[in-house]
Design a protein. Structure first.
Length: 311
């Protein structure tokens, strides 16, 4: 007879590429993982995992256990939520993924506030700028900023967020401010490599209706996959950057950065939450956290700093 602990153990095995990785996730030794897996296979009378020197591969029986086991765990979690809801309590565990910078500044404080209101719930926050590579089924909520490729996941919009072209006052004094997008070809441009986008193609549209979009292919003088590095280069007078307003609002308000081409608009980068339906996307704790987060981002707190910068 399978127990819920057996299923949770196997789900952790399936999420790992190696026994060593599974041992780290479970906080036990690799021999302990191997022995428990062998014992589980003996009890069931089937092989669940094909082992090799490099990675673990699920057998057909292992795939079946993973699929049906996750469903059983989700059903048990939803039943627990429903029972706890009868007495107005939010319980259970949330696994949240978020971008590094935004996660530190806005998601981590939102989690602290959520936990203070719902002490019976627990949260695991993972921050990364490579969220697209996260293992399917290993998270409940993923916070995404920017253009979203086709996805079958549930999506909830949390806050609006524009992208701005900006540079330091010293850079603009030295090189002059661009008047139109084609002028960027004569400027030092700094590119941020993220979300597998074409980072050298900057798209602009005029704010007035009916204007044709303008696309400029830049030749970056500097590029990085780290948004903090890119912004630091702009603050060090190295060139022009395209950054989300949430990230540069304080610098614009303080005069450390200046917006340019304000009559043009870059594609927006709204903040959204992606929900994993196979990981409790309908769970009360998930919806309670999203309601709390949306309230904290409405109106977007970075807009207050932007308004200061244009007074």
């Amino acid at each position: 007879m399978l127990s819920t602990d057996d299923i949770r153990f196997f789900v952790a095995i399936a999420a790992a590429n190696t026994l060593a990785a599974a041992a780290r996730a479970l906080d036990v030794t690799p021999p302990a993982v191997s022995q428990r897996l062998q014992g589980l296979e003996r009890r069931l009378g089937v092989q669940l995992v094909s082992r090799s020197a490099r990675r673990l591969t699920l057998t057909d029986e292992g795939e079946l256990l993973l699929l049906r086991g996750r469903a059983l765990l989700d059903d048990a979690a939803e039943l627990t939520d429903a029972l706890q809801a009868r007495r107005g309590t939010i319980t259970g565990h949330l696994k949240i993924l978020a971008p590094l910078g935004f996660g530190r500044r806005y998601i981590a404080p939102a989690i602290a506030a959520f936990r203070s209101r719902h002490p019976d719930a627990s949260v695991d926050l993972e921050l990364s700028d490579r969220l697209g590579r996260a293992t399917a089924g290993s998270w409940d909520i993923m916070i995404h900023i920017g253009v979203l490729k086709d996805s079958a996941l549930q999506l909830q919009r949390l806050a609006s967020n524009e992208r701005y072209l900006c540079a330091s006052p010293a850079y603009l004094k030295r090189k002059g401010a661009p008047v139109s997008p084609p002028d960027l070809r004569g400027h030092d441009c700094i590119a941020l490599r993220e979300n597998e986008e074409d980072v050298t193609l900057w798209r602009f549209s005029r704010k007035r209706a009916g204007s044709a979009p303008e696309v400029v292919r830049i030749e970056p003088t500097l590029s990085s996959n780290d948004g903090e590095v890119v912004k630091a280069w702009a603050l060090a007078d190295c060139g022009l950057i395209v950054r989300s307003e949430w990230d540069v609002a304080e610098d614009l308000a303080a005069g450390r950065l200046v917006r340019v081409l304000q009559n043009h608009r870059l594609p927006p980068a709204d903040v959204v939450a992606l929900l994993n339906p196979g990981r409790g996307g309908r769970a009360r704790r998930t919806q309670a956290f999203l309601e709390s987060l949306r309230a904290g981002l409405s109106p977007p707190p970075w807009r207050a700093d932007i308004k200061k910068s244009v007074r």
